[in-house]
Write a protein that binds this ligand. Structure first.
Ligand code: DQA
Length: 153
């Protein structure tokens, strides 16, 4: 049986990357980020599922689906990071690790971005490196999964 894929889930407004506040989020589109993630995951011998939704409920459904179908989730919840108890509960409900990702560093921005409801139930958080946050997260995922697959772990 081949190993389960890494699921990369992206929340609201991330479909507009490239044109949306490029001074904050950079000029890479979500398609550029997806291509870079696929290349990095494949260098680690991992398959990838990459999705984006502007709808909280759809993100919850995808987290539930990941529970059975993914080895690990990389999650950029967008603004829902700061507002959604429901997404926090969905992350807490699934047994697999979830790594929170942000392009920007929310801690260095407006006060309303300083709270993450997801971070306390995430395995870890990678933020502030632009599109490279995703690549760092793929590397972190590969390290975690390789450790978990080691015999006796
Ligand atoms: C973001 C940070 C959030 O505060 C913001 O609402 C986003 C993008 C990021 O990747 O930097 O939509 O998640």
């Amino acid at each position: 049986m081949s190993p389960k894929p890494i699921h990369v889930l992206n929340g609201p407004n991330l479909n507009l990357l490239g044109v949306r506040e490029p001074e904050v989020y950079g000029r890479d589109t979500l398609a550029d980020i997806e291509a870079a993630c696929r290349a990095r995951a494949s260098a680690h011998g991992r398959d990838l599922v990459f999705r984006q939704s502007n709808h909280e409920g759809e993100l919850i459904d995808w987290l539930h689906e990941a529970r059975e179908n993914a080895a690990l989730v990389l999650f950029n919840p967008g603004a829902y990071t700061h507002t959604s108890v429901a997404l926090r509960d969905a992350v807490a409900a699934i047994a697999i690790p979830v790594i929170e990702i942000h392009l920007s560093n929310p801690a260095a921005r407006e006060a309303f971005r300083h709270v993450s409801h997801v971070a306390p139930v995430a395995k870890g958080v990678i933020a502030g490196f632009g599109a490279h946050s995703y690549i760092l997260a793929i590397d972190a995922a590969a390290v975690l999964l390789t450790a978990a697959e080691r015999p006796g772990s």
